[in-house]
Design a protein around this ligand. Structure first.
Ligand code: CTP
Length: 402
């Protein structure tokens, strides 16, 4: 799989093996990756900035306090498709495991949702230390790839585990990981997020409780996996994810237009927005006074999803249903076929649950009638799980053959 043009941040920790990362950088460039180096201050005692600037053909900054107005750590964190830290010292492992952010690299690390790869290299005693091993375990549990060091000669006369791995092994483990996290490369993922506003008059509207967190989690997950992402966002108060094309809309009508403009060449549609089923029949030009709105006449909005799926060719479509009450699973089964979707995520929103939360819990249905429980987990985990299912559906339906 071509990784051409994907952005890598190569963090360099303060270990004697830092010089080996110069070779790693070259080999990563051979894969077509664009590299920006972020050395820690300590690492500059081993390899200077000039080396990294010359090899990466980019300016190198190690100081959180440089160009403050650029907010470099947040910018870099958003641009990165993957973060690799080599060598990762025992100190950096501890900082990453505990969320400590006290320099540019650790700030970027904590601010980024990109996949992360660590290459620990240190003396055997430090590597085998219980605190280090616990930190490695914590980081692995969070989905971070921590590559096993080699066993061999260390800096002094000693021999043991903790050696910076051979670059050929690093490249093969990194490419395998990147291949996994690049499985949407070349695909366009269209996502709707948030909740529509249907205007009553110039100051009032009908809205819903959707905050857009699920849709934004999809956008970030799909971007991290290499997709071209178009995010149609309705009234969301979240930061714009980088590397994603965002179309901001307010009403269902605007959302319908933005989605239909983008549907024909998309490969996966994620319809996570809460679309108002109805809107006021008349939009008042002037602010209504109390006496004018004892009742509001409503007319039905277009069912956006249905109208898109009626023109569906090779798109895998993921619908959402927020239901309350006992027969919600039954209603979801009816909904998936009525809407022409391939997958549907059902969550129970009784008493306002799920809205605005970082976690979700529900059921995943497919168009063949299979149902599986999605146990409580982050909205990003759900996004990745549904994207996995969308990819298998693409293969099953023969959409992936072109
Ligand atoms: N949806 C849509 N257009 C609408 C309403 C809903 O595209 N006008 C989409 C939602 O984004 C979601 C799916 O349809 O992916 C199901 O939404 P839901 O509100 O549960 O469905 P409704 O058709 O509104 O059904 P209900 O009668 O239960 O409100």
């Amino acid at each position: 799989m071509s990784l051409q043009g994907r952005e890598v941040i190569l963090g360099v920790g303060g270990g004697i093996s830092a010089y080996k990362s110069a070779e790693l950088l070259r080999r990563l460039q051979d894969l077509g990756l664009q590299i920006s180096v972020v050395p820690t201050r300590a690492s500059l005692n081993f390899v200077g900035k000039a080396t990294w600037e010359a090899l990466s053909h980019r300016p190198v900054n190690e100081n959180l306090w440089n160009n403050i107005s650029d907010v470099a750590h947040i910018k870099s964190a958003r641009i990165a498709d993957v973060i690799i830290v080599a060598p990762t010292t025992a100190d950096l492992l501890a900082k990453f495991a505990h969320g400590i952010a006290d320099d540019l690299l650790t700030n970027i690390f904590i601010a980024s949702s990109a996949p992360k790869i660590l290459v620990p290299a240190m003396h055997t005693e430090m590597w085998e230390n219980a605190a280090t091993q616990k930190n490695v375990q914590t980081l692995r549990e969070r989905g971070i790839l921590v590559i096993e060091p080699d066993t061999g000669r260390l800096t002094g006369d000693d021999v043991g585990s903790g050696r910076y791995p051979e670059v050929t092994r690093l490249i093969s483990e990194i490419s395998a990981f990147l291949d996994l996290t690049s499985d949407l490369l070349g695909l366009k993922v269209l996502i709707s997020a948030g909740g529509t506003h249907e205007a009553i008059d110039p100051v009032r509207f009908i809205a819903n409780r959707s905050t857009g967190k699920q849709g934004y989690a999809f956008a970030i997950a799909a971007r991290n996996r290499g997709a071209r992402v178009v995010l149609v966002s309705a009234n969301v108060a979240l930061a714009d994810p980088q590397g994603v094309e965002i179309v901001k809309v307010e009403s269902a009508q605007e959302m319908a237009k933005a989605l239909s403009d983008n549907f024909s060449d998309c490969n996966i549609l994620v319809m996570s927005a809460a679309v108002a089923d109805a809107k006021p029949a008349k939009l008042a030009n002037q602010k209504l006074s109390k006496s004018d709105y004892s009742s509001i006449e409503l007319i039905e909005n277009l069912d956006i999803l249905k109208s898109l799926t009626s023109a569906k060719k090779k798109q895998v479509v993921i619908a959402f249903a927020a239901e309350t009450g006992e027969d919600s699973l039954e209603r979801a089964r009816v909904k998936i076929s009525a809407k022409g979707a391939d997958l549907l995520y059902l969550n129970d929103v009784s008493e306002g649950a799920i809205f605005g939360q970082d976690e979700t819990e529900g059921w995943i249905l497919n168009s063949s009638g299979d149902v599986s429980k999605f146990e409580t987990a982050g909205k990003d985990t759900l996004a990745n799980e549904l994207l996995n299912l969308a990819l298998t559906t693409r293969v099953k339906l023969g959409y992936a053959n072109d």
